[in-house]
Design a protein around this ligand. Structure first.
Ligand SMILES: [Zn+2]
Ligand SMILES: [Zn+2]
Length: 225
C-alpha cells in the first residue's frame, strides 16, 4: 500500500494490472495533491517559461537588451498555493525526502526539454551560503540535481554574506554578484533550482559561468512564479 508523501493519505491503486505497474513505479503523490498542481501548458515565453501569449515576455525582452546570459529557463509548474506549501514544507522544514514529489516531472522535463544537448550538459546546483546550509541541513538545488541522470559539478560558490558585506560594501550596494567560480566549466551548463522568480539568481550564476568560459547556460526549475 502506498501513502502520499505529502498529505499521507492512501494512494488509491488503479484497477488494472498494467496501469498498476506503471503507477506503482511513479506515484508518490495522491490524486488530490496531484490535482492541485498546475503544470505550465499552452503558450509560454520561450526564454523564461512564463505563461505568455507571444514568443518572448517583456521581462525577457529587457534582459535581452542588457545582453542576456541565459539561453533558456524551463519551469514545470505554475507557482500556486499548493506548490508554495510543498516547497516550504520540503525546504524550510527540512523534510528532505519530499524531493520525491518532484522526481518524475523533473526527470521527464529534463529528458524532453534538454534531450538534444542532454549528453553534453553538466548540471550545476546553486550553492547556499554556509549559514543557510546550517539552518536547512541540505541544499534544495543539489537535491534536485542529484535526481537527474547527468554529471554534476559544484563549481559555483556563494560568497559569504557578512564578511563580504564588510569588505566590499560598495559592491554589495550595487548588488554585486553573490557567486564566484571554483573551477572553469567548458561544457554547456544546466542550472537546476526550485523556483524561478525574477530570474536574477540564475543570471548572476550564468554571468560567472560564462565569464569563465562556459559556452551556454540553461536552467530547469520546478516552479515559475
Ligand atoms: Zn496527497
Ligand atoms: Zn520571459
Amino acid at each position: 500500500m502506498n501513502f502520499c508523501v505529502y498529505c499521507h493519505e492512501r494512494i488509491e491503486q488503479p484497477l488494472t494490472w498494467s496501469t498498476w505497474l506503471t503507477v506503482k513505479k511513479n506515484n508518490v503523490l495522491c490524486i488530490s495533491c496531484t490535482g492541485k498542481l498546475e503544470m505550465i501548458s499552452g503558450k509560454r515565453c520561450k526564454v523564461c517559461s512564463r505563461a505568455w501569449s507571444s514568443s518572448i515576455c517583456l521581462d525577457c525582452q529587457q534582459w535581452r537588451e542588457l545582453g542576456d546570459n541565459i539561453e533558456r529557463n524551463y519551469s514545470i509548474f505554475h507557482y500556486n498555493e499548493t506548490i508554495c506549501e510543498m516547497i516550504t514544507q520540503w525546504k524550510f522544514r527540512g523534510d528532505y525526502l519530499l524531493r520525491e514529489m518532484f522526481r518524475n516531472e523533473l526527470k521527464s522535463a529534463f529528458e524532453k526539454q534538454f534531450a538534444n544537448n542532454a549528453a553534453s550538459l553538466t548540471v550545476i546546483p546553486i550553492p547556499l551560503s554556509e549559514s543557510r546550509m546550517q539552518e536547512r541541513g541540505f541544499n534544495q538545488s543539489l537535491a534536485l540535481a542529484e535526481m537527474l541522470d547527468a554529471p554534476i559539478k559544484q563549481v559555483l560558490r556563494r560568497k559569504s554574506g557578512e564578511k563580504q558585506a564588510k569588505k566590499n560594501r560598495k559592491a554589495r550596494l550595487k548588488r554585486d554578484n553573490p557567486f564566484s567560480i571554483t573551477e572553469p566549466l567548458k561544457q554547456a551548463a544546466l542550472i537546476v533550482d526550485d523556483i524561478y522568480t525574477t530570474g536574477t539568481t540564475v543570471r548572476q550564476a550564468a554571468q560567472q559561468l560564462k565569464f569563465h568560459g562556459c559556452p551556454e547556460v540553461y536552467s530547469l526549475t520546478i516552479a515559475r512564479s
